[in-house]
Each structure stands twice: as structure tokens, then as C-alpha cells.
Design a protein around this ligand. Structure first.
Ligand SMILES: [Zn+2]
Ligand SMILES: [Zn+2]
Length: 151
């Protein structure tokens, strides 16, 4: 890769840098992501935790996601920017909210998940595949393989 994925919150109290490519990237339209973002969906890339360095202290709020799995969301306690997602589904990975990147255009979503929870005012990206709820194990492994091939 040419340069790491770096980013941070609006006030600058929290900064991060990741030296690895994302394991997968998606737009999640579940109700929990809608509430946490205050808008239509969460655009997130998941990177290896071992390759991620974080400066500053995020506050984490844990919820039981609609999938039944535990999801912990990290945000800046000063400015409120959402930054991180830690999900039981992928314990070795950490989610980074795409718009927290210094270069958000580097985000390349692979799929829309929880598409069945889409709000009527959320047009979704027409060219992306849709998964109605959480991906099955098979669908999830296909996403990991697809992301690997992009590198
Ligand atoms: Zn902040
Ligand atoms: Zn979600």
C-alpha cells in the first residue's frame, strides 16, 4: 500500500492510523447503525486490530445488535464523532467509520447489509449487492475473499 489509512474525530482529540488494507467494507442499514449515526446507515471498513494504532481515548457504548451479537461503538467524548466499532462477529478486526478517514474517498463499500431495514429516504448505492439482514457465514467469507483479491 502507498500510505496508511489515517483519520480521527472532528476536534482532533482522537487520531488513528492503520498500516493494513481493510478485511472488508460495507454499508450497514440496521436500526442500531441508524441510531448511532443519526442518519441512514453506517459506512464502515474493518481493519486488522493488530495493524491499527490509536492516539486518544474513545468512549465505548455497548449494545446487543439486532443480529443478537454484541457490538461496541467508540466515539469521541468531547466532540461526539463516531469512530470505531468492535463487533463480536470479528474479534480480530476493528471497524472504522468511513467518514472519519482523512481521505474518505478511499472507502470502497462491497455490499449493503440489513437492506431490509432501509428507510424510505435512503436510496442506497444502486450498483452494490444487497443482503436483507446480516450476511450468512458463506456470504461473509465471500466478502473477505473479494476484499483480499482487490489488494
Ligand atoms: Zn473529538
Ligand atoms: Zn448496523
Amino acid at each position: 500500500m502507498d500510505h496508511p489509512y489515517s483519520g480521527g474525530c472532528a476536534c482532533g482529540a482522537i487520531r488513528y492510523s492503520c498500516a493494513a488494507e481493510p478485511a472488508f467494507s460495507w454499508n450497514c442499514h440496521c436500526r442500531d447503525c441508524q441510531r448511532a449515526s443519526g442518519t441512514a446507515f453506517c459506512a464502515v471498513l474493518y481493519v486488522p486490530r493488530a495493524a491499527l494504532s490509536i492516539a486518544g481515548q474513545a468512549t465505548y457504548y455497548e449494545v446487543r445488535a439486532e443480529s443478537g451479537r454484541r457490538v461496541s461503538r467508540g466515539f469521541c467524548p468531547t466532540c461526539g464523532s463516531p469512530l470505531f466499532i468492535q463487533a463480536d462477529l470479528v474479534p480480530d478486526l476493528q471497524g472504522l467509520w468511513a467518514a472519519s478517514l482523512d481521505q474518505p474517498a478511499r472507502f470502497e463499500p462491497q455490499v449493503d447489509v440489513w437492506a431490509s431495514r432501509r428507510q424510505p429516504w435512503d436510496a442506497m448505492t444502486p450498483t452494490l449487492p444487497k443482503i436483507a439482514e446480516a450476511p450468512t457465514d458463506e456470504e461473509f467469507h465471500a466478502l473477505l475473499a473479494q476484499a483480499m483479491q482487490r489488494r
